[in-house]
Design a protein around this ligand. Structure first.
Ligand SMILES: Nc1nc2c(ncn2[C@@H]2O[C@H](COP(=O)(O)OP(=O)(O)OP(=O)(O)O)[C@@H](O)[C@H]2O)c(=O)[nH]1
Ligand SMILES: [Mg+2]
Length: 342
């Protein structure tokens, strides 16, 4: 009995807290925007663009941090490529085998530099091996970022002593988000608080019940992920997981009244992939073959048909989050959308 009353009181308190928080935000002219989605969908890349477009870009310290991440990722991704080649029984050229041995030896050695001169030469030589390129082309079978080729092609430049990452280098870099990050923008005399969260399973658990005064949710879906398996669990297709999570989140009592923007992201990679890989690898009921438009419609319908509250505003945009101009245009649209809704 006491337990039940306790539960009811808690629920009542939570509703009151939510109301107070909402009123406080209204008074402060604050709009809370949650950028949600599963891991690797492009949430942080979208938020990085907000920094580039409206906050003057990245500080020297941030650039140094990205430089180190980009250099570290070169080694991590070369290791993934070599291991994947072994698992796929693809043999590297004989001449490169001693380099592979040396690569693993250097990884064990302690050094003040992230990439030594010797390591740089090894990375350059190994990336020329056609077998590693073949392995990279089969990357939906293992875990490696889609931008790996972009960085491998410019190892020499990245390893130069005075290298400072370009805007493209920063946008292409990958660090899974942990915790909650915020960027605050001044938009039309309002404060827009853009909240970036981690999308991997372990991260989602941390924030899913944390927010209760979200005005707008931007749900980011990586369109190109349909033939990739989850980082967290190798036998589950990423898009199946995203669909399940989308359904849960948009219908959750905390978010079901928030307006919704669906960002169909990684459209550049999707357009390339759909010419070769059928969407039915992930969705058995899809019958449109390699037809791009049919695949897009199918995906859109799969997601939007799960939304229970159709009275909220729902907008959909196609995006390539690494393209600043495109994101600027989309953000202008989002501003108009929000203004109309107010
Ligand atoms: N080609 C291409 N790459 C993209 C696009 N959007 C994001 N990426 C890349 O995809 C990778 C993952 O992007 P993130 O923004 O870190 O993904 P996230 O959703 O924040 O991932 P978590 O923090 O783990 O939840 C990065 O290497 C980005 O550069 C896109 O539209 N096209
Ligand atoms: Mg992130």
């Amino acid at each position: 009995m006491g337990n039940l009353r306790n539960k009811k009181d808690k629920k009542k308190n939570k509703i009151i807290d939510q109301q107070i928080e909402k009123e406080k935000n209204q008074q402060e002219n604050k709009i809370q925007i949650l950028v949600a989605g599963t891991g690797d969908s492009g949430k942080s890349t979208f938020v990085k663009q907000m920094k580039i477009l409206y906050k003057g870009g990245f500080s020297k310290t941030e650039k140094k941090l990205y430089r180190d991440i980009i250099r570290e990722n070169l080694k991590i991704n070369m290791k993934r490529l070599i291991r994947a080649s072994e698992e796929l029984n693809l043999n590297l050229q004989k001449i490169n085998l001693p380099l592979v041995d040396r690569f693993f030896e250097i990884l064990q050695e302690k050094s003040d530099e992230i990439i030594t001169e010797e390591m740089k030469d090894i990375l350059v030589s190994l990336w020329k091996d056609p077998t590693l390129k073949e392995t990279y082309n089969s990357r939906s079978l293992f875990q490696i970022p889609d931008s790996t080729n972009f960085y491998m092609d410019k190892v020499q430049q990245i390893c130069k002593i005075n290298y400072s990452p370009t805007k493209e280098d920063i946008l292409g870099s990958r660090i899974p988000t942990t915790g909650v990050k915020e960027v605050i923008l001044d938009v039309n005399e309002q404060k827009w608080v853009i909240i970036d969260v981690g999308g991997q399973r372990s991260e989602r658990r941390k924030w899913i019940h944390q927010f209760d005064s979200i005005n707008l949710m931007i749900f980011v879906i990586a369109m190109s992920e349909y033939d990739q398996k989850l980082f967290e669990e190798q036998n589950i297709y990423r898009m199946a997981e995203t669909l399940k999570f989308f359904k849960k989140l948009v219908n959750d009592k905390l978010f079901k009244h928030a307006d919704l923007i669906i960002l169909l992201n990684k459209i550049d990679l999707f357009e390339e992939k759909i010419q070769k890989v059928d969407l039915n690898v992930c969705f058995e009921d899809y019958q449109g073959g390699l037809d791009k438009e049919a695949a897009i419609e199918f995906i859109k319908d799969k997601f939007t048909s799960t939304i229970q509250n159709k009275n909220r505003n729902i907008w959909t945009h196609f995006s390539c989050a690494t393209n600043t101009e495109m994101i600027e245009n989309i953000f202008e649209e989002i501003k108009k959308n929000v203004q109309q809704a107010l």
